[in-house]
Design a binder for this molecule. Sequence first.
Ligand code: FNR
Length: 343
Amino acid sequence: MSRAREAERRARDVLDPVHFDFLAGGAGAERTLADNEAAFARRRLLPRVLRGAGAPDLSTTLLGAELAAPVVVAPTAFHRLAHPDGEVATAVGVAAAGGLMTLSMMATVAVEHVADVGVPLWFGLYLQPDRGFTAAVVARAQDAGCRALVVTADSPVRGRHTRDLAHGFRALPEGMVCENMRDADWRVRDLVVDADLTWDDVAWLRATTSLPVLVKGVLHPADARLAVGHGVDGVIVSNHGGRQLDGAVSTLDALPGVVDAVAGRVPVLLDGGVRSGTDALVALALGADAVMVGRPVLWGLALGGAAGVRAVLGDLADELAHALTLVGARRPGDLTPDLVVTP
Ligand code: FNR
């Protein structure tokens, strides 16, 4: 069992069961949630031998950020459900691992406090129908030091989370709010998901900010082409960890089509179901420039705060380095699609 999987098993024991289910669960029958992981389990590696690859080197540059490994923390809401220090503890752990964190707009700690940790930060943005408010949130994230915006594109409506519906879990407990949803009067706004969003809104954002913009939640190659056509700086193949459209294709199965469509013009990232260094290697070999991880980070956070996050990311990097050597490669960039087979 990979360390990330073991962390999930142990996190279940320490978390409130309702909160565990919020973090772990998915939409509908959780088919997509399961298939994200199953898609990795369907692949096998076809290693090369005697290539003299030498000691592995995972160092990666992504939109100007120097990373210890091609593994980025995906934006996830409500870290204070997992640990009292919430996103600050996550940031300390990510910084210790030499990583990069995407802070969700639905974070339970203000972006300024998270940025104080000094970790490279991206900001996970839900475009709001009130453009003035969106622009103010973007300005706040930029002023705090966030280096890119990750726009969530796969949420025109809220996903129907079966486990949350069963528990009646709908809101944060007393004393926790979405600190980055405050308006000019410092009141906390409710998140609005917006089925009227189009690529014009991405174009508007592109024109509003000098920060790099990545679009997260792309599965269809045509959307990947549109994203590049709208001047985005990165495409994230994601189905929101199976929390939005149940029945959507696994991200690993969608990856090659997106990689082809993007044709190297901007970085392509993948998230969903990455639970080991070997999983990361498979995604990298099939053309991802980096992977993102969501839930494993939350399990590390729940189990050991910053140290737990660092351990989960460190284990993923160790496993990736080991697997890299075993397939005969030195750097992630040496990986090629022929190393992956679907028996
Ligand atoms: C998410 N995800 C998410 N995505 C996003 O764009 N904005 C957000 O605020 C959230 N919040 C969130 C909360 C929780 C509890 C989870 C589990 C996920 C989706 C997330 O960024 C990512 O796409 C998936 O988590 C990746 O899948 P794995 O690694 O969890 O399998």
